[in-house]
Design a protein around this ligand. Sequence first.
Ligand code: SF4
Ligand code: SF4
Length: 476
Amino acid sequence: MNNEHQNINTQLSSQEEAKVKEIYEDLAHWHVNTGDQTIHAKRMGGRFRQLKWFTASLWLSYFLAPYLRWDGQQAILFDIPDRQFHLFGLTVHPQDVWLLSLILILMAMVLFGVTAVAGRVFCGYFCFQTVWTDIFTWIEEKIEGNPTQRRKLDQGPLNGDKIKKKLIKHSLWTLIGVLTGVTFAAYFTDAYQLWIDYFTLNAHMSAWIVLGLFTLGTYFLAGWLREQTCLWLCPYARIQGVMYDRTTILPAYDAVRGEPRGKVKDPNRGSCIDCRLCVAVCPTGIDIRQGQQEGCITCGLCIDACDSIMEQVNQPKGLVRYASLNELEGRTDKPLLKRPRVIVYTSIILASFIGVIYGLSTMSAIDWHVLHQRQPLYTMMSDGTVQNKYTFKILNKTESEMRAHVEIKGPSDIAIIGIEDTIVLRADKMVPFDVYLRADPKQLPQEHTGITFILTTQTEPPMTFTYGSVIVRPAR
Ligand code: SF4
Ligand code: SF4
């Protein structure tokens, strides 16, 4: 370590020295988050900052998706009254709940797998809490200035300027909260009509409740609580620790290279000049130099900050970098695919993915159930035939009406009664109806004789669905 420190260049040009002095002065008051103060993190450029903007921009799709149309229908619609989920022409019914469960498992496993490999990157780059907070604090900076100016404004007297700035900021925050709420509600009803209903005060009570909750929630969580939510409230922050191991790659401070930290002129210092810029930019207000912490959302902003300092003091970048504990301690990491938890997560992800693809590709246009009546199992008719009763439940899962024909396959001479030659299956509807089978009991070889109902649609091309059941006669 000492050899390394001897190589530290403490000779800076007067210009570089002035810059570093400015940084020291600017950051002298910065302290780690103790939960009792609003965090006003410093904003600066860098590759992770850019990545964060890019991933945040993907959330624009959240605001736009409800207005997309597919075959004349809303492309994404959670139709709660009809218990259906429409997704780009595909309709998922409660009967397909296994498919939704698989999709949820798939999403959870992707999250766990990513966490095992690279920590809370979801939190740092994509979580709605951090993304919305980032937008809110960006607005705050545009209106109230940099963190120092914001602190001064907060502590200063209530004057015209302060009232004006606060009013603009809180109005914009509320507006984003309202847009977030309307958008969420728009996934559950016709999005265009919803706006009309809100403006004409004709929206359903549930739409108002959703709007109220989301506006308040967004305003409070992203405007007031900010990353305190990540540090103190988020349950995921609490459980992520069990997914980490010594090979997980996280933003980390290279203490071997950085310590002992010291002021830039100190010839015995390590690479860390103790400028605290990494603390100042941290949205959760933690000091990465204290090691891995559950408050770290792995956003990488401290890496950008430290790299910029290393550049200024003519030292190699990467004092703070994405690295595993093994790497920092000079051990070799196991290859990614030899880590048991990565193998387990990957296997579950693959299995769920295959299940989802299979489910989507084999999802039937018709869901059909035939219930054989139990009480009584059969009725003897006056002409000597035996009659069985069945309830048909046919759900047409498509968006258009269909016509179909039902026939029976089994021992000959089974009459089917109570059903038209052509039945009409209304779009997205299931109307149960009763059907009777009549047969000469002597023609039925067994007490419970197997039969098959065959339903053929009059579509182009026709679709055929079969349902196995039994016809029952008295014992001989
Ligand atoms: S780790 Fe980097 S940014 Fe943080 S105090 Fe040290 S030199 Fe400054
Ligand atoms: S310590 Fe670094 S990576 Fe972690 S939250 Fe703070 S800025 Fe982001």
